[in-house]
Design a protein around this ligand. Structure first.
Ligand SMILES: Cc1cc2nc3c(=O)[nH]c(=O)nc-3n(C[C@H](O)[C@H](O)[C@H](O)COP(=O)(O)OP(=O)(O)OC[C@H]3O[C@@H](n4cnc5c(N)ncnc54)[C@H](O)[C@@H]3O)c2cc1C
Length: 417
């Protein structure tokens, strides 16, 4: 790992933000041959994960195309198989399982998704970055100066391990610094935000009945409750509650949590026998009005946040990384300027399709919250379940097959673990 000090360094690309999205992007762009600097204010631990041990609170359902991208950049192979849980089926219901939407994996070698801890993926990215040519800078950017024409910009960074600031000059700046992106704000890109007035309570529990490799999602009073299967037989919960309710729930004792979670789940997996800490996150929709500006691109939550009900945030961010890798790979091979507006626009055009998914999530949210259709919703779900063409189309879209992603990662028949 290179620590940069004092003097100005020149790289092709600077990335601000080193969580999963920024770190995976840094790794893939460095693999192409670009010189990359990654700036992160809170670097993760790079201690190897153990095969056993408690699960982190934040997990993601990684879809097949994203799994393929992670494999392409060498991350998937390094993840511990023992901590990855494939999802074979998904059940979505409101009244009962007879009136449910049921998704099965369509290809024996391709699961619907894999449940993985976020910090496990980030840890592997950072361990691989440490062996790559990428310059890692721990700190926060302080000042950005635009340089004339296509020379890009110069960034001044306050680093944790040096009393004097570090300067980095690069042609392209990538903002991967999350929903409250300061890079986006600096660039003048506007972002609209809409709170859902819901919080998502997450935690890990053990249930009386086995999870059966299934993701279970129940709607009750317009809000979703999900059990996501974990590799050690326990489940991660994603429990959406009204924002006013969440503080009260967090204050409950762990015995009360077991009881309220049992009720919220509709007793689907029986009683809750164990629970660790739980935490709540506010749910906000946000949309940057463009994905690029002069010499600058946004990726991940810096572009958008989406209702996590469909588990798509990390997936969308890694799809950004995958499309960017393809476009930048082309630019590298053809010796094109990476900050050429045509190149930046191409990325923005391909990735703007996320809006469709965002609207889809809002529509589902609205339909389940609409009390005027409470009585007919169960039979609509039941009938929708029988329309295999429509159902498969929905599943394939959620899994990223009907998108402008590189064909390489849309292959189905690749070996899984
Ligand atoms: C409750 C909940 C459940 C979710 N479940 C899922 C799921 O099942 N599946 C899924 O795909 N998605 C899920 N998501 C969404 C997912 O967590 C996010 O989309 C994803 O974490 C975004 O990653 P990111 O790297 O873009 O941003 P972040 O995770 O916010 O990372 C930004 C990084 O930038 C760094 N940073 C910020 N500012 C600076 C600065 N000035 N200088 C240096 N570094 C900086 C931060 O330290 C951080 O490391 C969920 C979200 C929530 C709230």
């Amino acid at each position: 790992m290179t620590n940069v000090n004092n003097k100005t360094q020149t790289v092709d690309i600077t990335i601000v933000g080193g969580n999963i999205i920024g770190a995976a992007t840094a790794l893939s762009l460095a693999k192409i041959g670009f010189s990359v600097a990654l700036i992160e204010k809170t670097p993760p631990s790079v201690e190897p994960f153990g095969a056993t041990g408690p699960y982190a609170l934040r997990v993601s359902a990684i879809i097949p195309v994203v799994r393929n991208f992670l494999q392409q950049i060498g991350v998937w192979q390094e993840l511990l198989e023992q901590r990855i849980q494939p999802v074979h089926t998904m059940q979505v219901w409101e009244k009962d399982l007879e009136h449910s939407l049921h998704f099965n994996q369509q290809h024996p070698e391709q699961h619907l998704a894999w449940i993985i801890e976020n910090n496990h993926i980030q840890n592997i990215c950072w361990r691989l970055l440490a062996k790559s040519s990428c310059k890692i800078i721990t700190g926060e950017w302080q000042k950005i100066k635009k340089l004339p024409a296509q020379q890009g910009m110069e960034m001044t960074i306050n680093t944790a391990d040096s009393p004097s600031a570090t300067k980095i000059q690069s042609k392209l700046l990538i903002g991967a610094d999350g929903a409250k992106s300061t890079i986006r704000q600096w660039s003048g890109i506007l972002c609209t935000q809409k709170p859902y007035h819901q919080h998502c309570i997450v935690g890990n529990v053990r249930t009386e009945k086995p999870h059966q490799h299934t993701a279970w999602q129940r709607y009750h009073n317009g809000l979703a409750f999900a059990f996501l299967p974990l590799a050690d037989g326990s489940c991660s919960i994603a429990w959406y509650v009204d924002e006013n309710q969440s503080t009260k729930i967090l204050e409950q004792t762990s015995e009360q949590h077991k009881q309220t979670i049992y009720q919220a789940s509709g007793a689907m997996l029986g009683k809750i026998s164990e629970i660790n800490e739980i935490n709540a996150f506010p749910i906000i929709r946000s949309d940057a009005n463009t994905l690029y500006n002069e010499n600058l691109l946004l990726i991940g939550d810096a572009v958008r946040t989406i209702h996590p009900m469909a588990g798509q945030g990390v997936n969308l961010g890694l799809c950004d990384a995958s499309v960017l890798t393809e476009i930048m790979g082309y630019a590298y091979d053809h010796k094109l300027a990476i900050n050429e507006p045509l190149i930046l626009r191409k990325y923005a055009r391909k990735r703007s399709e996320y809006k469709l998914l965002q609207t889809g999530m809002d529509t589902i949210n609205f339909l389940f919250q609409n009390s005027a259709i409470t009585d007919i919703r169960p039979s609509v779900l039941k009938h929708l379940n029988k329309l295999s063409f429509g159902k498969n189309l929905l599943a394939d879209t959620a899994m990223g097959y009907h998108t402008h992603l590189p064909n390489k990662i849309k292959q189905i028949n690749i070996p899984t673990q």
